[in-house]
Design a protein around this ligand. Structure first.
Ligand code: RB5
Length: 143
């Protein structure tokens, strides 16, 4: 499992915390920036992570901005991307279980680093349930 991760300037510092967790736990990842707190545009970074998923270079994406909302809106405009903005572990679990979300978006100005790491652990350790939920994903693809 390879994670692609990116952030805008608001999410940069939290992205570094998340990368440290990945380093400590030997979870492979690709970092698509940004690499400082200098202002950048979140759609650019969402697009980089979504492209890595679409080509199969990575299995899941993590996008961090101030609220997670802009990243979610941007990511969900991409084909085959199902992004969920999560601020709690229950939502992270259900985003995988029922929605087969492949991108997790996080808000650095909303959710503290400790909870963010728990959200990530939950997201990455939950399998899609399939069944009736697969049919709903098919419906989403036709919208
Ligand atoms: C940047 O100030 C902020 O607008 C951005 O990080 C994000 O929260 C947008 O949704």
């Amino acid at each position: 499992m390879i994670i692609s991760i990116a952030a805008d300037h608001a999410g940069y510092e939290l992205k570094e915390v998340i990368k440290n967790y990945f380093d400590m736990t030997d979870i492979p990842y690709m970092d698509f920036g940004t690499n400082s707190t200098e202002a950048v545009d979140y759609p650019v970074y969402a697009q980089k992570v979504c492209a890595a998923l679409q080509t199969g270079e990575s299995d899941f994406g993590i996008l961090v901005c101030g609220t997670g909302i802009g990243m979610a809106i941007a990511a969900n405009k991409h084909k085959d991307i199902r992004a969920a903005n999560c601020t709690d572990t229950y939502s992270a679990k259900m985003a995988r279980l029922h929605n087969d979300a492949n991108v997790l978006t996080l808000g650095s100005r909303v959710t503290g680093a400790g909870l963010v790491l728990d959200i990530i652990k939950q997201f990455l350790s939950t399998e899609f349930e399939g069944g009736r939920h697969s049919e709903r994903l098919d419906m989403l693809n036709m919208l």
